[in-house]
Design a protein around this ligand. Structure first.
Ligand code: LMR
Length: 312
């Protein structure tokens, strides 16, 4: 099995490195437009193999899509990260053209590949890749929910004083400040989170989760990479091992949750066919309203992309 990660910045390089550590792939190709970057990071990762005991061959190329041919899954991390003071949506002008051109190249050399988008603004860049690739939406989707849920789970574990392994949670909506963490669907080894965390503390954690990406941007001056890279790798693994894992992913909705023609974070089953099922939860009125307002925001940014006419 072969996976290509496009973009050898921090997120792409981390994703490729995590995939290599999982040791279930024959090959990971890391591609970047900057001469030497992908080659250097891939070589460094390959030299880690004898220490960490993995066999996955990881190699780097500069813009040579021929070397990515026949990939089963392609992860797109290309584009600029945001800087302090910016929202993810501010990246649309730069990143739309990049994501479009990457998707065209991928489609030429790996026409059957499943595409996972990580570039921001996430929901709209996933839409951009979907329009460009012209393939079934079950094969084009975005990574955000695993990351956002991981932040939520990490904050909860800290508050409760338990292992993050024991927090199960789901979160929906766009990958932005309107995302919708769902305490009603959050448990700690089966115990409802509301029995372990006081309402005010829970609300503070939800608010911190919503701006979790921005918290790191403010600390680092650029965006996060360990958790985003690992989250994308977890999706690749679920697909190629046909694990049928349930994750929140950015998926194309065609009527689910009363929403249509929009990419939005929802729980899905991931397996060898990509998104094999979108799970529809029985949301209450408040949750439905929050999801709708998140969808309205994403739709506005999708309209911006449509008006830019990047994708004919
Ligand atoms: C994240 O959530 O870490 C990414 O979407 C990057 C960002 O700009 O926040």
């Amino acid at each position: 099995m072969k996976v290509t990660v496009v973009g050898a910045g921090n997120v792409g390089a981390t994703c490729a490195n995590v995939l290599a550590h999982r040791d279930f792939l024959q090959e990971v190709v890391l591609l970047d437009i900057k001469e030497g970057t992908a080659e250097g990071k891939a070589l460094d990762s390959w030299q880690q193999a004898p220490i960490d005991y993995y066999s996955t061959r990881i190699s780097g190329v500069t813009n040579d899509y021929e070397r990515t041919a026949g990939s089963d899954v392609v992860v797109i991390t290309s584009g600029l990260p945001r800087k302090p003071g910016m929202s993810r949506d501010d990246l649309i002008n730069t990143n739309a053209n990049i994501v479009k051109s990457v998707t065209e190249n991928i489609s030429q050399y790996s026409p059957d590949a499943i595409i996972i988008v990580v570039s921001n603004p996430l929901d709209v860049m996933t839409y951009c890749a979907y329009l460009t690739a012209g393939k079934d939406s079950s094969k084009v989707f975005g990574m955000a929910g695993i990351l956002d849920t991981a932040r939520y789970r990490a904050f909860l574990a800290e508050e409760i004083g338990c292992s993050p392994k024991d927090i199960q949670a789901i979160l929906m909506g766009g990958h932005g400040d309107t995302m919708v963490p769902l305490p009603r669907y959050t448990t700690v080894s089966g115990i409802p989170v509301t029995e372990l965390v006081a309402p005010d503390k829970l609300e503070a954690i939800i608010q911190r989760t919503k701006v979790g990406g921005g918290e790191i941007v403010n600390l680092l001056g650029t965006s996060a990479w360990y958790a985003p890279g690992a989250a994308a790798a977890q999706m690749v693994e679920a697909i190629l091992k046909d694990e049928k894992r349930i994750f929140p992913c950015c998926a194309w909705l065609s009527g689910q949750y009363g929403l249509k023609d929009i990419y939005l974070g929802v729980p899905v089953i991931l397996g060898k066919n990509g998104i094999e099922k979108i799970i529809e939860l029985q949301l209450n009125q408040n949750e439905t309203e929050l999801l709708k307002s998140s969808a309205d925001h994403v739709k506005e940014v999708m309209d911006v992309l449509d008006n830019m006419k990047v994708v004919a």
